[in-house]
Structure formats: structure tokens, C-alpha cells
Design a protein around this ligand. Structure first.
Ligand code: EPZ
Length: 432
């Protein structure tokens, strides 16, 4: 069994370089299916979800070559729709972007169910509503997802009942090759939506409004290959900013777009952390800081991201007083609290709300990475705890963090990746 072992109480100092954004790289990698030619994608993070995506596409006939560190040439000219491996797509939530790309280029999609993540219910009704508006007929939604379109693709007006990143991506992918105009209302505004639109536009698409709540996709006949550089990962950047603050360290986080970090920066300043924004880096200084409590509600971008909620919760265990976090995206995302409580945190959870009584000393314990962000929050908890924290199920963390252990070690953390013999068959906890 693989574990990450952290010896706490060492403040982080120095600088760290942020990798390309996982949640931008995944839709862009799958978007290459729309292109009958070669795309060169730079700044692709070295994370497990990317490796699985490559495996899925190679199995469908794509040629993917590593050109340089983090740069890949992806050629989907010979991809055959409906041939993705069910076993592989079930490992990855983002594999549902194949619905949009297969439907967009070939007029039908047939894939296995996307990877489950069990921190909350993850419905796809808005994706389906989008495909139906674009002329799709859903033939199956049980073992596999099968959607067919009769005739030529035309445009549609789609209003999302909830702001959905995946739904917005899928409708963009499904409508980019069409003879009409598609309007997406109440669209997600995340930076990765903008990055996807930029990539597709470089390939010849005509998408406007990405980054606002109304996106207009004017259909085109064909796309061609291009070169694209993935934006920096704002969640990885935020994770290091919180880790630096929580350990009362001082760290410069390089290769970030400070604008993407505004909701976190504002909250960190509110709790007493000094932040200095430079062109493409942010300096976080919490040496000698007495953290103040705060209230946070997670919201779609530009609100406070749900993907930074567990990490922030760990920091707030160190604030003097009572903080409150309300989860505004998922029905609940607080399963990690039990492990944090075993480390000494005092937190009461009521479905969507956690009330944190701060100022508690944490002590190392054996804990589990229940999902990607909960897992990295446990690492941060380990960094501030007295003694040793061993985190298991680190598969979840490796899905989305490029060399977490190496980067933390570079900042002075005492953190190791170890392999221990299995005492009993290991149950891998499903995560995203
Ligand atoms: C993306 O998931 C991210 N994943 C998630 O990051 C992130 O937590 C989430 O966006 C919110 O920011 C990827 O980009 C691969 P949504 P996604 O559709 O697209 C509801 C991580 O740690 N909804 O924006 O699946 C849904 O239940 C992961 O990197 C519907 O009701 O999320 C949720 O409450 C975890 N019906 C809300 O919308 C639908 O058809 C937002 O979900 C679709 C979504």
C-alpha cells in the first residue's frame, strides 16, 4: 500500500512552481477528438487523470506522443467513436467529455458510465438536456450512455438550471461543429471554460462569451490542429497558498494568474495572512500570524471554489474563534471531517454547514484521502500537526496533484511517499 507520511510543525519557506490545470487539461485533451489533425498541448500536468485520459484515447485510435516535458502531440484523426474502454472511462469523471466530442464529430456517442466519486451525488440531467436540445436522442443511460443524433447538427438555446462546469463543457463540445448557432445561458464562468474556448477557437471554432454567463457557439464545418498552452492550476496554487499559511510559513507561488485567485486571496487576507500579488506569482506570508475566524460559502466561479473548501477548513482549525463553512455546490462535502476530528479538530457538521471551533492543536494520526481535495487537506493537516500523519488511499491525491511530495519537500516539509506491505486486501476508496 502506498502512503504519504508527514512529520508536522515545520513552516514552509521558499518558492514553488504551479503546474498546468488538471480541470482545463482534461476537457482540452478530450476536445482533440473533434480535430482530424495534430494538436500540440503544452503545460499538461503529470497527474493520473491525464494518464488515464491518454490511455482512453489511445485505445480509441489516437496517436499521442510526448514531445517535451509536459508537452504532447495528440492526433485524433483515426479515432473511432463508441470504442472507449468501459473499464477506463469508469475510472474518470471527466471521461464524460467524450459524450460531447463523439456526438459533435460523429453524431453519436456510446461510452461506459463515468468514474464515480462519492463525496456527493453527481447528476447529469443538465448534460442530457443539452444533448436533447441539440437533437440528440438518449437510447441508454444505464450501463452505458448512448446518445444519437438524426441528421445534421443545428444550433439550440440551452438554459442551465444549475451552473455546471461539465454541462457547459459538453454543450460547447457538442455544438462547435454544426450549421447553426448555440446559445448557452447560465453557463459556468470558470477559467477552464475560457481556456477550452481559447483552444477551440485556435482550432477554427467561433465561440464568444466564454467567461460570462452567456456563451455563443457559432457552428463551423471543420476544425484544424493548433498549439495551446494550458493555464496554471488555480486549485493547486490555492492549495500551496493555504499550506504556506497554515504552517505559518512564507512562500512565493509561481506560475499563477492572480486574478483567478481573488476569492481565496480575499479570504486569506481576512483571516490575517499577508498576500503580495506580482505579475504571475503570489507571495503568502503568515509568519507570526494570529489567524482570525471567518465565514465562507462555496459558489461557482468567481465565488470561493468548492475544490478549496477542505484545505481552507484545515486552516480555520488554527483561527482564534468560530468559523463557518457553507458548501454551496454539493449537497455535502464534509466526509473528511471525521479524520480531522480524530486529529483534534473541533468541528460540527450539519449536512451543508461546518462550524469550526478554532485554536485547536492537531496531533498526527492515520487518515484516508477520501477524495482528491479531502486528501490534500489531510496532507496540510499533517503539516501543522504534532507528530506523524500517515495518509492512505493516496491514489486520489495523485489524480490531480503533480509531484505534491517533491514540491512540498522543496519548501522544507518533512513528507515522504512510502510503500508498506498490505496487511489485508486493500479496499481502494472511489474518488475523483
Ligand atoms: C467540475 O466537476 C470539477 N471537475 C470538480 O472538481 C469541481 O468540484 C466542480 O466542477 C465544481 O467546480 C472537473 O472539472 C473534472 P458541475 P463537474 O457540473 O463539472 C450539479 C476536483 O476536485 N449538477 O459544475 O462534475 C452538481 O450536482 C473536482 O478537481 C446538476 O445538478 O461539476 C453540483 O451540485 C471534484 N446536474 C453542481 O451542479 C448536472 O447535470 C456543479 O457541478 C450537472 C451538475
Amino acid at each position: 500500500m502506498e502512503k504519504i507520511v508527514v512529520k508536522g510543525r515545520k513552516p514552509l519557506f521558499g518558492s514553488v512552481d504551479i503546474s498546468g490545470m488538471k480541470n482545463a487539461a482534461l476537457p482540452i485533451i478530450f476536445a482533440c477528438v473533434l480535430v482530424p489533425g495534430k494538436c500540440v498541448i503544452e503545460n499538461i500536468p503529470n497527474v493520473r487523470d491525464v494518464a488515464i485520459s491518454f490511455e482512453i484515447l489511445r485505445g480509441m485510435g489516437a496517436k499521442i506522443e510526448k514531445l517535451a516535458h509536459n508537452t504532447y502531440e495528440i492526433d485524433c484523426s483515426d479515432v473511432v467513436a463508441g470504442t472507449s474502454s468501459c473499464a477506463l472511462v469508469s475510472k474518470l469523471r471527466a471521461s464524460y467529455y467524450l459524450w460531447g466530442t463523439e456526438f459533435g464529430r460523429f453524431g453519436f456517442t456510446k461510452t461506459g458510465q463515468p468514474g464515480g466519486c462519492n463525496f456527493a451525488d453527481r447528476p447529469v440531467d443538465q448534460h442530457i438536456k443539452g444533448f436533447e436540445a441539440l437533437g440528440g436522442k438518449v437510447l441508454s443511460q444505464t450501463d452505458c450512455v448512448e446518445i444519437h443524433r438524426e441528421g445534421e447538427a443545428t444550433g439550440a438555446n440551452i438554459y442551465f438550471d444549475v451552473v455546471t462546469v461539465g454541462g457547459t463543457v459538453n454543450v460547447m463540445l457538442a455544438s462547435v461543429l454544426s450549421s447553426g448557432v448555440t446559445i448557452i445561458e447560465n453557463a459556468a464562468r470558470e477559467p477552464h471554460i475560457v481556456d477550452l474556448a481559447n483552444f477551440l477557437n485556435k482550432c477554427g471554432a467561433r465561440i464568444s462569451g466564454a467567461g460570462t454567463e452567456i456563451i455563443k457557439v457559432r457552428g463551423v464545418k471543420e476544425l484544424r490542429g493548433c498549439t495551446h498552452d494550458i493555464i496554471p492550476d488555480m486549485i493547486e496554487a490555492g492549495t500551496f497558498m493555504i499550506a504556506a499559511a497554515a504552517t505559518r510559513g512564507s512562500v512565493t507561488v509561481n506560475n499563477v494568474i492572480p486574478k483567478h485567485m481573488e476569492s481565496l486571496t480575499a479570504k486569506l487576507e481576512e483571516v490575517g495572512v499577508k498576500i503580495e500579488e506580482l505579475d504571475d506569482s503570489i507571495k503568502v506570508d503568515a509568519t507570526n500570524t494570529k489567524f482570525r475566524p471567518t465565514r465562507i460559502k462555496t459558489m461557482p466561479y468567481p465565488g470561493f471554489p468548492t475544490d478549496m473548501q477542505p484545505q481552507m477548513c484545515v486552516l480555520l482549525t488554527q483561527a482564534e474563534g468560530e468559523s463557518m463553512i457553507t458548501e454551496g455546490i454539493y449537497e455535502t462535502r464534509f466526509r473528511y471531517i471525521d479524520d480531522l476530528a480524530r486529529m483534534g479538530a473541533q468541528i460540527k457538521v450539519d449536512t451543508r454547514r461546518a462550524v469550526i471551533s478554532g485554536g485547536t492543536d492537531l496531533t498526527g494520526a492515520d487518515v484516508t484521502a477520501l477524495d482528491l481535495r479531502a486528501g490534500v487537506a489531510m496532507v496540510i493537516a499533517g503539516l501543522i500537526a504534532e507528530g506523524e500523519t500517515a495518509i492512505s488511499n493516496i491514489y486520489c491525491i495523485e489524480r490531480g496533484y503533480d509531484d505534491l511530495v517533491g514540491k512540498l519537500t522543496g519548501l522544507g516539509a518533512d513528507v515522504r511517499h512510502i510503500t508498506v506491505p498490505d496487511e489485508e486486501p486493500v479496499m481502494q476508496v472511489e474518488c475523483e
